[in-house]
Design a protein around this ligand. Structure first.
Ligand code: SAM
Length: 355
């Protein structure tokens, strides 16, 4: 935190009907950034154990610490009341949370009232065969599906527990239901970097955008980060030997920067937290399934929203805690892979904060 004086500014706009007029203030951080995008990790559990994300033997949270579906709804709705226009459910794996469709269904009321522009999910795709149609029926239009390889053996090696077939069938189901799918690929040195052109051609051939993500130094995973890390500047240079990449203005409200691949006609995104800082335009905050609010993915500072949420039925304490936290949103992060000690920059796993 440096030049600007902390303190969140407020602007008026109509809140969802269930909230009073007194709640109609938008969240603006000390650097003038509108906080309009909330990512919520609805569970820390996952049916995969991706090598760059989790250790194989993860200890998961006790149930009492995790917010109930009703509490998650109340928390998300409070952010919507304060101007959040885009809500992304993530995890862990959001679709393994029991009763998840009840939450999606209930949050979809904010789409119908126009308070929310978008309700979306990031998923590993394993449960899409079961849930794609219901998601569509609840007003979800787009999904991000994480898929790092099309090779079944490699897929099993990366996810430790996953089945490629199950995910591909899930993607089929999502597209058949009319959901727009974007594929997220984490670039892993020596694992899937050689396969990126095929992944791009496959995704674009099926009408899906694809985004490449730089591996981030989050959480102890029991393997060397340096072995996985591949700067996207290098990935892009290699792709340019094969494809013509044309810069485009397209934005989805997230951190990806897009190009159009002339040969396929599809869009290709890059998320580059390490080689390129995207913090200036950061409109996001993240809440974990225990109600911890992280104002920045790459910093440890956090605010406990579970206590004010559980302390009273009214939302005054909750709003006060949110305001106080947004007033501390840092200007940016500085992920560094600690080469000497081979430690992660942050002890927290991505599955805690949600990707
Ligand atoms: N289970 C869901 C999924 O697989 O998409 C949602 C949660 S997962 C944590 C969200 C995204 O974060 C996935 O695309 C995953 O590949 C990515 N991810 C996890 N750990 C990461 C890391 N250390 N660096 C970069 N991306 C990571």
């Amino acid at each position: 935190m440096d030049e600007a004086t902390p303190g969140s500014t407020t602007i008026n706009r109509a809140p969802p009907r269930e909230f009073g007029a007194a709640d109609r203030t938008l969240l603006v951080d000390p650097f003038g950034r509108d906080i309009s995008y909330l990512r919520v990790s609805v569970t820390d559990r996952c049916d995969f154990r991706c090598v760059y994300c989790m250790a194989e033997n993860m200890a998961f949270l006790p149930k009492a610490d995790v917010l109930s579906l009703e509490e998650l709804d109340r928390l998300c709705s409070a952010f919507v009341a304060r101007g959040v226009r885009k809500l992304r459910l993530t995890g862990g794996e959001p679709l393994v949370r029991r009763g998840i469709m009840t939450l999606v269904g209930s949050l979809s009321r904010h789409l119908r009232t126009g308070a929310l522009d978008e309700l979306t999910l990031t998923t590993n795709g394993s449960q899409l065969t079961k849930y794609a149609q219901e998601l569509k029926d609840h007003g979800v239009r787009r999904l991000n599906v994480s898929l790092d390889t099309l090779d079944p053996d490699k897929f099993r090696a990366i996810t430790r527990w996953g089945s490629l077939d199950q995910v591909l069938t899930g993607i089929d189901a999502a597209q058949a239901a009319g959901l727009k799918v974007k594929i997220n690929v984490v670039a892993l040195k020596g694992v899937n970097d050689g396969e990126l052109p095929q992944l791009i051609e496959w995704a674009h051939g099926r009408g899906m955008d694809l985004t490449v993500i730089e591996v981030m130094p989050l959480g102890e995973i029991g393997e060397g980060r340096l072995d996985q890390y591949l700067p996207l500047s290098m990935v892009r240079a290699r792709l340019e030997e094969r494809f013509t990449l044309e810069d485009v203005d397209y934005r989805t409200g997230g951190p990806a920067r897009y190009v159009r691949v002339a040969e396929t006609g599809g869009r290709l995104g890059f998320i580059t937290p390490l080689t390129h800082n995207f913090c200036e335009s950061c409109n996001r905050v993240r809440v974990t399934c225990t109600g911890t609010l992280y104002m920045c993915l790459g910093q440890e500072d956090a605010a406990d929203l579970r206590k004010p949420l559980r302390a009273s039925e009214g939302n005054d304490l909750l709003f006060a805690a949110i305001d106080e936290a947004i007033a501390r949103k840092p200007k940016g992060h500085d992920f560094i892979i600690d080469r000497r000690h081979k430690r992660p920059a942050l002890a927290r796993h991505m599955s805690v904060t949600g990707g």
